[in-house]
Design a protein around this ligand. Structure first.
Ligand code: SF4
Length: 238
């Protein structure tokens, strides 16, 4: 009897080896199916950094509205514009992105760091070695690993693979990782098995997000039309 499509209670029969061959195969399938994603949507390095904070726990469509508000006020022309803005005004502008009080504080923290460490000059920050810049960014209150690596990859073109909930969901469903695995463990699988290439990491992460949003949903994933269908057999355990 034909097994129904993937749903809760399905598990991989054999874990796929998280090796270079399999990770490349998945990338090729995704790229062949969706094509280039042209990430990150942002005109400048600074805009990408701001977007990386604003996108925490919200959909990108909400972030776009907040970015538009900031642009209309000229607030994205330099970090100092946001530094000089009262926190209450900043919170009002970024309100569409949700958690606006928390995010306005996080933006201020990030900007205070950029100004105190690099005088607000992102070209100076860009000259810093990737690992050092990562360590510094992780020291900013409100910048977690996913946000930090998004900034490094998309704003500074540094090869740090971004891990998010979609990555864990998709790759746990195919037996590469467990959904509960720590960020670093999942990131290592990609970074130890793929070339350290920021363009590859950029595209791969963007493709994962597209797949997670459109097909590999939390409930009722659409395996029947998914480019990764058949990459591994799954069985139902109850
Ligand atoms: S990645 Fe595709 S085939 Fe795999 S579980 Fe998700 S929807 Fe199904």
């Amino acid at each position: 009897m034909q097994a129904p499509l993937f749903s809760e209670g399905w598990h991989a029969v054999n874990n796929m080896l998280p090796n270079s061959r399999n990770l490349t195969k998945i990338y090729d399938r995704l790229y062949g199916f969706y094509g280039p994603q042209h990430w990150w949507p942002g005109d400048t390095r600074f805009e990408i950094m701001v977007g990386a904070i604003l996108t925490q726990n919200t959909a990108w469509s909400n972030v776009e509205k907040a970015i538009r508000n900031l642009k209309e006020k000229g607030a994205l022309s330099s970090p100092r514009k946001i530094k000089d803005m009262p926190k209450r005004d900043l919170a009002r502008l970024i309100r569409p992105s949700g958690y606006y009080n928390i995010k306005s504080g996080r933006l201020k923290n990030l900007i205070n760091f950029l100004i105190s460490r690099y005088e607000g000059d992102l070209n100076r920050a860009a000259k810093r070695a990737g690992d050092c810049l990562r360590e510094e960014l992780l020291g900013v209150n409100g910048v977690g690993k996913e946000t930090c690596d998004s900034i490094l990859l998309y704003a500074f073109k540094r090869p740090f693979f971004v891990v998010d909930a979609y990555t864990k969901r998709i790759f746990s469903r195919h037996g590469f990782v467990k959904e509960a695995d720590a960020y670093d463990r999942v990131q290592e699988i990609f970074m130890n098995n793929l070339p350290r290439d920021h363009e590859l990491y950029n595209e791969y992460h963007a493709l994962i997000v597209r797949l997670g949003k459109e097909l590999c949903r939390k409930r009722n994933p659409k395996c029947g039309v998914c480019p990764l269908n058949g990459i591994q057999r799954k069985i139902r355990t109850f």
